[in-house]
Design a protein around this ligand. Sequence first.
Ligand SMILES: [Zn+2]
Length: 63
Amino acid sequence: MTGRTGESRARNTELPMLRAYRLWFEHTKRCADCKGRPKAQDGCETGRELWGAYRLVRIGRTP
Ligand SMILES: [Zn+2]
């Protein structure tokens, strides 16, 4: 039983993380302000919000 909680937790965060990343990635392809920016923080407000949501999921702090 030891370690099962950690394993299932890692699995549960994987999909939301990929989903959040894809939302941001697809936005950068459509948005002229975010397209080609080396850093997500240099994008528009929506782009920064999507990137911020991805980072929160990645560190395990789902809003
Ligand atoms: Zn944008």
